[in-house]
Design a binder for this molecule. Structure first.
Ligand SMILES: [Zn+2]
Length: 387
């Protein structure tokens, strides 16, 4: 067996109850400072704990954007005030205001951030990206890239495929994602930067990263549960199906599952991106981009990939716990655990979510796996009250 397929330590109790190492999500949006009406550090932490997570990395598309030591301090204060239900590691922004024009205070922020990213926006300029990679390499920090060529988006909001054509929607082509990835892989090879690609959604992205790994580039990548389990055939005329990147074609979903199995995809991150009910109520064409993920990630993945025999339980646990920690240098404490009843079957009901965001394309889906308890640093931070 390929070494990458191993990992995932857990304890099997009785009656289908398992104890796993606490999950770690390297891609969440907790929306503070700046957008407390969508989510707060406290509600995001509760949602994470309910989903079995004990560590998350918070993306910097905030107000103010953590692009300087001073702006980062505002976010750190909110993290401290949230009380440590789960560990929240902030990302520092790569550029001032995530505008891509001027580098952020990377050196000053480096000791206080988990990694650097302009998530929500792609760095459009190649020379800017090269210089950012050089600086991240010197600082020993991962550069996590949201890859999106803005010149190719052209007002699109779902995949530029059969569904968009049939229903008169504006599509986003796959090249808007894989184009920047191809550019960045070349830069990562030149600079030696530890490069991580956020939320890959299409076949070409997986192929490029697979080849780069063979060529010795220091690259890792993540994808989200929805890209592995849903595609454009599942689309409904509902804002709950609008996220960036979009759900792609069936061939893309299948290629991502293959990439997960052969180790090209290193980890699963949810891109938990809560918005208000109003912001998600304007259909596919008008809603905000983003869906929540923390509270249903493990059940949908367990049901869709493990129960169906595609992935082993050990491997899924590794992809959600050990693998992201290894890449981002987040230690796994022995007293960080989550306990699951894998035999309990139920329907995903977003009204039960502790997150302020309720929009998920998995609403109503029947799944296996209920989180019974999450322990962080030896303290019970979530307990299912119905037990
Ligand atoms: Zn993103």
């Amino acid at each position: 067996m390929n070494g990458k397929q191993q990992g995932g330590t857990f304890i099997r109790k009785e009656n289908g109850v398992f104890v796993f190492p606490g999950f770690c999500d390297v891609h969440v949006h907790f929306r503070e400072p700046g957008f407390s009406y969508k989510e707060t550090m406290v509600t995001g932490s509760r949602a994470a704990a309910r989903g079995g997570y004990t560590a998350v990395c918070a993306m910097p598309n905030l107000n103010p954007v953590p692009d300087s030591a001073e702006h980062l301090a505002a976010e750190e204060e909110l993290i401290r005030a949230a009380g440590g239900l789960v560990d929240i590691f902030p990302y520092g922004a790569l550029t001032v205001g995530e505008k891509g024009m001027e580098a952020a205070e990377l050196e000053k922020m480096a000791p206080r951030v988990i990694a650097f990213s302009d998530d929500g926006k792609g760095v459009q300029s190649e020379s800017m990206m090269r210089s950012l990679m050089e600086r991240c390499r010197k600082l020993g920090r991962v550069l996590a890239a949201h890859c999106e060529d803005e010149s190719l988006v052209r007002g699109g909001y779902i995949h530029d495929g059969a569904y968009a054509a049939a229903h008169g929607h504006k599509g986003i082509c796959s090249e808007s994602e894989w184009g920047p990835i191809a550019r960045d892989l070349k830069l990562a090879k030149e600079t030696g930067c530890a490069y991580h690609v956020c939320h890959i959604s299409c076949r070409e992205s997986a192929e490029l990263i697979r080849q780069a790994k063979k060529d010795g580039v220091d690259v890792t990548c993540e994808t989200g549960p929805h890209y592995l389990l849903l595609d454009e055939n599942d689309l409904q005329e509902d804002g709950h199906f609008r996220m960036n990147p979009p759900l792609r074609a069936k061939e893309d979903r299948e290629a991502l599952v293959e990439a997960l199995l052969d180790g090209t995809i290193d980890m699963i991150a949810t891109d938990h991106a809560p918005h208000s009910a109003e912001e998600k109520s304007r259909g596919l064409a008008g809603s905000a981009f983003g869906v929540v993920g923390l509270e249903c990630a493990f059940p949908v993945l367990y049901t869709g990939l493990v129960k169906t025999g595609i992935l082993t339980l050990e491997r899924l646990v590794c992809l959600m716990s050990e693998a992201p920690r290894a890449r981002f240098g987040i230690p796994l404490r022995p007293d960080d655990t989550c306990e699951w009843d894998l035999e309990e079957q139920y329907e995903i009901d977003p009204e039960e979510f502790l997150s302020m965001g309720k929009a998920t394309p998995f609403a109503g889906q029947r799944v296996y796996g209920r989180c019974l308890k999450t322990v962080h640093a030896g303290r019970t931070v979530y307990e299912n009250s119905s037990v």
